[in-house]
Design a protein around this ligand. Structure first.
Ligand SMILES: [Zn+2]
Ligand SMILES: [Zn+2]
Length: 336
């Protein structure tokens, strides 16, 4: 069927059955005669959006910008739902809004989670903490683990609501059950610190292990620290070192930074400037500002490399841009 034909058919349907109602599965989310415009997010009751003029059901492909009425994009083949979900996660609240509103009404976890952030901050909707929490709970209940993780953090931090570590642990546990690696790490820290459970370093280690295996690189770092300090296990520095390396290989910038420090200092491992600087560079590339400072210092003082004030200034500048105000002191000296 040609596009023109499809469009005519859709229009004919819309005009022949102006009171055709759209219901999402499960609960009734639309009033029988209203719908959410996928272009501007407005609630409309006619078949043409009164705010932007788009017709009911039309969507703009998020990958290529083509307007469509059928299920897949006629230009690039992206599916409608795939396009909507990438719109939700684009990180730009205004651009995401129409898809967030539409998918949240359908009970989609990712959209509910973003909508919850809008309610939390009062962006595009009136600030409403209760609704923010409710959206997040609904998202989690739909099986979207990051929503439970977010709730865990909210109750753990106690900024948006009164701090409640029991509830935090409950949500971290629920997210962990759904396979969320970061939540598993949090559960581990509760066992390690004895928050709302009686302290059990061995159990903490088990959770760190689970989290690391589920893809949380920083959890290898927590395991390493347990071996280094002998918490929940025998003290074993070679084992700690191998876990720091594992964390670094899995992309933990903290592990890279720490290994950089270990090799530069040469106290617990044989000093190796080349290795140390390499780890610092890796950590810096991953955004670690402490490593940027350390590289600045290495080039300033010629530690493990030829002194190079220009290179030092370059690293201090990067550190300053990453938020390290102490880098400015060094820059002042380097730029008289
Ligand atoms: Zn509209
Ligand atoms: Zn497209």
């Amino acid at each position: 069927m040609t596009l023109r034909k499809t469009a005519c058919l859709v229009l004919a349907l819309l005009f022949c059955f102006p009171f055709l109602s759209v219901f999402a599965e499960g609960e009734t989310v639309y009033a029988a005669d209203s719908w959410y415009c996928l272009a501007c997010g407005s609630a409309a009751s006619r078949d043409i959006c009164p705010y932007c003029g788009k017709i009911r059901g039309s969507w703009t492909c998020f990958s290529c910008g083509t307007d469509n009425l059928s299920e897949t994009c006629r230009s690039c083949g992206t599916g409608r739902d795939e396009s909507l979900h990438s719109q939700v996660s684009c990180g730009d609240p205004l651009r995401a809004w129409p898809a967030v509103r539409y998918l949240a009404e359908q009970g989609q976890g990712d959209a509910l989670c973003v909508l919850s952030e809008y309610y939390e901050t009062g962006l595009l909707v009136p600030q409403d903490t209760e609704t923010a929490l409710e959206c997040c709970r609904k998202a989690g209940d739909s099986g979207y683990a990051p929503a439970y993780l977010r709730l865990g953090k909210i109750y753990d931090l106690g900024e948006l609501v009164e701090q409640d570590e029991y509830t935090a642990m409950e949500y971290f546990g629920k997210a962990a059950e759904l396979g969320n690696a970061e939540a598993m790490w949090y559960v581990g820290t509760f066992w390690e610190e004895g928050v709302v459970v009686s302290r059990d370093p061995a159990k903490a280690m088990e959770w760190y292990q689970k989290a690391a295996e589920a893809g949380d690189a920083d959890s290898w770092m927590s395991i390493a620290a347990c071996y280094a300090d002998g918490r929940g296990t025998e003290q074993d520095f070679p084992a700690a070192l191998s876990y720091y390396e594992k964390a670094a290989d899995s992309g933990s910038h903290m592990a890279c930074d720490y290994l950089g420090y270990l090799y530069m200092a040469g106290e617990q491992v044989p000093q190796d400037y080349e290795k140390g600087l390499e780890y610092y560079r890796k950590a810096a590339a991953l955004g670690n500002s402490r490593s940027m400072m350390a590289l600045g210092y290495a080039y300033l003082s010629g530690q493990g490399t030829d002194a190079d004030p220009e290179e030092a200034a370059r690293w201090y500048e990067m550190a300053a841009l990453a938020g390290r105000t102490d880098a400015l002191e060094f820059l002042k000296k380097l730029w008289p």
